[in-house]
Design a protein around this ligand. Structure first.
Ligand code: SF4
Length: 468
């Protein structure tokens, strides 16, 4: 979500004339989109702003923070950053800059005699006061209104990749899992109008994007908040039909869904349409029913079993990814072992395993964080070993198969290409032809390990021509 948001931030900043740089030292405007899901990313934000503020004694710098910010952090950020604003107010950012006397490069260039290369610009030599302190924005943070969110979606993103794109379709969450602060930072569920989504997806397909991911905190709750709108399954079907009409070879993913809204018709749509990728990320969070109750997930293991049975029946080739938390408040060894057993039962291909960390604002923040860090690390390690064993077995079965792979990058150490299959299996390609990055190729798998596969390039241009 932050990657997607950053594409919109970049578009708004560039609109007023700033240009991006890879060199932080020459930047006049520095910002960060924070993530409150865990403490570690927040710690990184604090580290970064301290570095930036030190630089201010010798350099003119404007700083901002946006993204997912909890109220406690917001109050602290107000003292550290020049601008603190929620993503829903991104459209106002150029006005905020103007209000504070920051001359944007575009304005400078419009003045008679101004240089066309007025960057890096000379910014006023004073420390800007936090936005809320002089009354431009309300002192108290408020939940974004639907209107704010719609305006944010209307910002045309400045995509960072020429072959992978993220399309936000839903914002917020009504589920209130006890460990999670998202409903308090992102607000309640709201869905983007389907016509806008279809338009953005169509444009991406026509521009040759190979991997398109529909995004939402509860992506498959799409449509539940809007009486007149279509359901998530219907949205998928529309995108599926679009893929057929355009003879489009891309892979369309979605993340993250919630099990409660994972209806059979969603799985049927994925099975039916070739453009909908056969990879499903279905968070479980714990393999123990009692822990699930404590987490307020409002589903049990049987419900998960039922959904996985539908997936295996209708899309047997689909890979299955999950999110899991270890060391949640009060999690016993026996309860943890139930999570390990769930790995054996469901044969996950990938698991994003997190050690529980209490988040201010979430319900569980008030509960005792009674599992030691050592025990959490131990559980994380044991679960990672289990995952490698299971996914390693699966990967072994890929040897000898020829798979379509999207080349994403080159490995830093070896120089070999790296890509992903439709099921998001990480694949090393025994080629160093970086001209293939962003292309579909065919790879015959010759080797497999716990978390990846490797093979020889046997064909390039593994795609159908796009037609309008
Ligand atoms: S479903 Fe639960 S974990 Fe996911 S965003 Fe909502 S509250 Fe957080």
């Amino acid at each position: 979500m932050n990657m997607s948001d950053s594409e919109r931030v970049k578009a708004v900043i560039e609109r007023v004339g700033f240009i991006p740089t890879d060199n932080e030292d020459e930047a006049s405007l520095l910002g960060v989109l924070s993530c409150s899901v865990r403490q570690k990313p927040i710690d990184k934000v604090y580290n970064r702003i301290h570095v930036w503020n030190k630089k201010k004694s010798r350099q003119h710098i404007i700083t901002f923070v946006s993204g997912c910010v909890l109220p406690d952090d917001r109050d602290k950020f107000l003292k550290l950053f020049d601008f603190v604003f929620p993503m829903s107010e991104l459209n106002d950012f150029p006005n905020m800059l103007k209000e504070y006397g920051v001359a944007s490069p575009l304005l400078l260039n419009q003045e008679p005699g101004a240089s066309q290369n007025a960057f890096p610009i000379e910014l006023p030599n004073h420390h800007f006061k936090p936005v809320s302190k002089i009354g431009l924005k309300p002192e108290k943070p408020r939940m974004p209104s639907n209107q704010d969110i719609f305006q944010l979606w209307n910002v045309k993103p400045n995509y960072q990749s020429e072959f992978e794109a993220y399309v936000p379709i839903q914002n917020g969450c009504d589920k209130f899992c006890s460990f999670c602060a998202v409903p308090y930072t992102r607000g309640r569920e709201v869905s983007r109008p389907s016509a806008e989504i279809i338009m953005e997806v169509k444009e991406l397909m026509l521009n040759g994007y190979k991997s398109i991911t529909l995004l939402g905190q509860n992506v498959n709750s799409y449509g539940l908040d809007r009486d007149a709108e279509i359901s998530f399954a219907e949205l998928l079907a529309k995108i599926g039909e679009l893929g057929i009409t355009l003879k489009n070879p891309s892979w369309v993913y979605f993340t993250s869904p919630h099990l409660r809204d994972m209806s059979r018709d969603v799985i049927e749509a994925i099975a039916k349409y070739p453009v909908l990728a056969k990879q499903i990320h279905l968070p479980l969070q714990s393999g123990d029913d009692q822990v699930l109750v404590k987490m307020n997930r409002k589903h049990n293991l049987d419900r998960y079993r039922e959904s996985v049975a539908h997936i295996r029946e209708l899309i047997p080739q689909a890979t299955l990814f999950i999110d899991i938390i270890v060391g949640f408040t009060g999690e016993t060894e026996e309860q943890f072992l139930n999570t390990v057993k769930s790995f054996d039962e469901f044969q996950f291909n990938m698991a994003y395993v997190a050690m529980y960390s209490p988040r201010p604002g979430a319900q569980s923040f008030r509960w005792e964080n009674d599992i030691s860090q050592t025990a959490k690390k131990d559980r994380l390690q044991r679960l990672s070993n289990k995952l490698e064993e299971i996914s390693g077995n699966y990967n072994q079965h890929m040897i000898g198969k020829t798979l379509k792979v999207l080349v994403r990058t080159k490995e830093r150490k070896t120089g070999y290409l790296s890509g992903v299959t439709e099921g998001k299996l990480v694949t090393r390609i025994l080629s160093k032809d970086t001209g293939l990055i962003g292309q579909f190729v065919m790879v015959t798998i010759t080797d497999a390990s716990g978390l990846s596969i490797a093979g020889e390039l046997v064909a390039i241009n593994a795609e159908t021509t796009i037609t309008n």
